[in-house]
Design a protein around this ligand. Structure first.
Ligand code: SF4
Length: 469
């Protein structure tokens, strides 16, 4: 176990790793205890089948929590779902959770939502934890100082059966972002800029530790947006050291420690943060004031460009032909067909508030289908309590129920043919949004809102009130 006595200066990653290491395996990998296992309907059916075939039980059902998100329809929750496959996946997760004694939030329940939205929202995600989930964007939870791994189906089985994962250690890259973001520039622009510079493979073998004055000044929601896309830069894990912002966020949340236990936890959470003199395997620095609203133009999240900048590149790159851009072109002015605000990257209340401020008093362009999909039932309720749904509906957006929706093509919300989508999600791979030829432009929720109104990609700063701009 990690001890607070005399010790070497360490990073949060190393401290959490050491505290959860069970043993070194003959393979050289580390067997790591998993503090929290989050499950959903897509990556669990075979894992539970394997448990049954072997006569195994779930080792720690009390550390396992489930929700449905990927396949749930966002228009109607009436059961059975019209899509037979979606109904079967949902029903199968319900059966499995019942049989193995696991807490599950179904589509009808008030705490349902995208797995990476509800974990922090309910206070399940806490600093110093190891977290695993069968979804690539599990790194989101690192925003609260957890070390969180996206895992595959066979690892889901391993965690269900043993509460452990076998992993190779990671190196740690410190990413400092310092300075003031300009108006109209958000956490999404920061992470797109980081991935653009370091590359989509740049983080392979690394955990990314984000810090510096810009990150320090961010809310937990904004830190979640940054950590969420770590995997798109190749990093298995992304995190921010816990601080007063983290403790304020967690206090009073349902699954967070309560009363004196919370104060004791805070003392430990402070200790688990990286030491000031910790050494890193690599360090890079970014100037926040140089970042502008950023949009992807290609077919991976590293292919992005500032909205006023020309696209650089080589025409032999298949992204140009697929997306219909040419080197030297600008993304501003690209006509869009669909606008999507949602996902575990940007489907939280603060994202909807920013988008509503842009949308208020405007109308969605007649040729655009525009969707607002809250990340959870709690986000939906909070947004409705503030009247945000009325702002969106009045402008011509569709106000939907919580789920992954158009982040990926596993539910009825899909692009058609070569449609172009301005999207607040995290992946712009070919076919990601449900149409093999559909085109995704990733950007901040504010930029999506602006594109929905203009009918084309536009610099959101030109649409902001002087008070905001
Ligand atoms: S919103 Fe997208 S990235 Fe997030 S959990 Fe759902 S499918 Fe995965």
């Amino acid at each position: 176990m990690y001890s607070s006595g005399r010790r070497m200066a360490n990073t949060l990653f190393q401290k959490v790793w050491n505290a959860h290491a069970v043993r070194t395996l003959p393979s050289g990998q580390t067997q790591l205890f998993v503090g929290l296992h989050l499950i959903h309907e897509v990556t669990t059916p075979q894992a539970f089948d394997m448990l049954r075939q072997n006569g195994w039980r779930v080792a720690f059902p009390g550390r396992t929590f489930g929700t449905v998100d990927h396949i749930v329809p966002t228009r109607s929750r009436t059961r059975p779902f019209l899509d037979v496959m979606a109904e079967e996946m949902s029903a199968s997760l319900e059966r499995n959770c019942r049989e193995f004694g696991i807490n599950l939030w179904t589509a009808e329940e008030e705490d349902q939502g995208i797995v990476h939205v509800i974990g922090p929202e309910l206070g399940l995600t806490q600093p110093g934890m190891t977290i695993a989930c069968g979804d690539s964007h599990t790194s989101t939870h690192g925003a609260l100082g957890a070390v969180a791994f996206g895992i595959g189906t066979s690892q889901v089985r391993d965690v269900l059966a043993s509460q452990c994962l076998s992993l190779d250690p990671l190196k740690v890259r410190r990413i400092d972002v310092a300075g003031q973001l300009k108006p109209g520039v958000y956490a999404k622009d920061v992470i797109l800029t980081i991935i653009r510079r370091l590359g989509v493979q740049g983080g392979v073998g690394f955990a990314y530790e984000y810090g510096g004055s810009t990150i320090d000044g961010m809310t937990i929601d904004e830190r979640m947006t940054v950590c969420n896309m770590s995997i798109e830069g190749g990093a298995r894990v992304g995190y921010v050291n816990p601080d007063e912002t983290t403790f304020r966020f967690l206090r009073g949340r349902r699954f967070a420690p309560q009363g004196e236990a919370f104060d004791r936890a805070v003392a430990w959470w402070r200790e688990i943060a990286s030491d000031g003199n910790a050494s890193y395997d690599d360090r890079v620095a970014f100037d926040a004031s140089a970042i502008e609203p950023t949009v992807t133009w290609g077919i991976n999240p590293g292919q992005s460009v500032g909205v006023t900048e020309p696209i650089a590149g080589d025409t032999r790159d298949e992204a140009f032909a697929f997306m219909g851009f040419a080197p030297g072109a600008r993304v501003a002015g690209t006509k869009i067909d669909v606008a999507f605000i949602g996902s575990c990257t940007n489907g939280r209340l603060s994202d909807l508030e920013v988008a509503a401020a842009i949308v208020r008093g405007h109308k969605v362009a007649p040729h655009v289908q525009a969707l607002i999909v809250p990340g959870s039932q709690a986000v939906r309720r909070a947004a409705e309590a503030r009247g945000l749904h009325e702002v969106f509906i009045e402008a011509g957006f569709e106000w939907r129920g919580p789920g992954c929706s158009m982040c990926l093509g596993m539910n009825p919300d899909r692009l058609q043919g070569r449609q172009v989508c301005a999207s607040s999600s995290n992946r712009n791979f070919k076919g990601r949004q449900g149409s093999p030829t559909g085109r995704t432009l990733l950007m901040s929720p504010a930029m999506v809102a602006a594109a929905a109104i203009a009918g084309e990609v536009v610099d959101v700063r030109t649409m902001m009130e002087p008070a905001h701009a």
